[in-house]
Write a protein that binds this ligand. Sequence first.
Ligand SMILES: NC(=O)c1ccc[n+]([C@@H]2O[C@H](COP(=O)([O-])OP(=O)(O)OC[C@H]3O[C@@H](n4cnc5c(N)ncnc54)[C@H](O)[C@@H]3O)[C@@H](O)[C@H]2O)c1
Ligand SMILES: [Zn+2]
Length: 352
Amino acid sequence: MKFRAAILTELKQPLVIEEIESGPLRFGQVLVKIHCSGICGAQINEIEGAKGPDKFLPHLLGHEATATVQEVGEGVTSVKPGDRVVCHWRKGVGLQGPAATYTSKRFPHINSGWVTTFSEYSVVSENRLTRIPPDFDAEAGALFGCAATTAMGVLNNNAKLGIGESIVILGTGGVGLNLVQFAAMAGAHPIIGVDLHDHKLELARKFGATHTINSRGINLVEEVRKIVGAAGADVAIENTGLADLIEQAYEMTAAQGRVILVGVPAKSARHPSIYTLPLHFQKVLTGSEGGGCRPEVDIPKLVRLHQAGRLKFDGLVSKRYRLDDINEAIADLKQGRAAGRCIVWMDESPSA
Ligand SMILES: NC(=O)c1ccc[n+]([C@@H]2O[C@H](COP(=O)([O-])OP(=O)(O)OC[C@H]3O[C@@H](n4cnc5c(N)ncnc54)[C@H](O)[C@@H]3O)[C@@H](O)[C@H]2O)c1
Ligand SMILES: [Zn+2]
């Protein structure tokens, strides 16, 4: 089957949009039609080569989307043609098929992962798909692929946030704003959002931040302590991967507080330096892998919350783009112009 896709052909370069072709489905693979996909900070890191050289080039990208199943490969039992699904990067139920490969006129071999979403159609492994109701909001569904499930898992599983605990969320972008929303839902107080951009902080307030701090040119640790008290914050969630912020998150947290690292650090950047003794006395510093979320358990919970009107994404989707404009979306995200998540629509949307 032939369809259009955005391909990463070279690090630090715009994605190339062209027609690609998929072959027959293999065991455990599913062909889906992508409706819309979010752009996660993870893709910015991939494009920038944050983890070092990329041996898979050229390859496809994207790991959160809403889609409809078109065709299933041998062995697939959890989804069928016509099902509306969330495409997610965490493993869910079903088979793990081989990562799909594609061809195009210019590239005889294009790699992808078990899930990629920056294309009109995609061949996805069964275990990266979770069914949602047929009429479920496509943009909310896309966020359930990473941003929302990661945030939910970080609070539930990594931070184990309790009612009345103080929390600082460093970086209020796509994942951070979801963290703010869930922290408010979980009864944390105060909820402090930190970012470099006032328009993002304004949005953080709308989603439940009780305080916001623009971290440009200030002593962030002092400012946080003014709000939470000298003992420090119960929880700090770091969403930038920057050494300075990781160090500050560690410092601003209470003696027995929890620091959770969500942002992915660049391999070539300075690595954080911390005084580790507090870790001997129950202070916790840990990284998160997708919040340890379980798509088959957590996505249905998010669907119910959304249907009950408890989860809102108005404003969290900052701008909608067409596949042809995906490089503009990536630039908006990188340069901080997008307040929340950028959503790329592959098919018709009333709002695109
Ligand atoms: N651990 C995981 O499983 C997991 C899951 C999803 C995303 N991530 C990672 O989390 C990070 C955030 O992802 P996202 O999709 O929310 O990206 P994003 O770009 O939407 O958000 C990052 C936010 O950090 C802010 N920021 C950048 N530098 C800052 C600074 N010096 N001080 C304060 N704020 C600053 C930006 O303005 C932005 O609002 C990325 O590194 C991504 O790869 C990790
Ligand atoms: Zn992601």
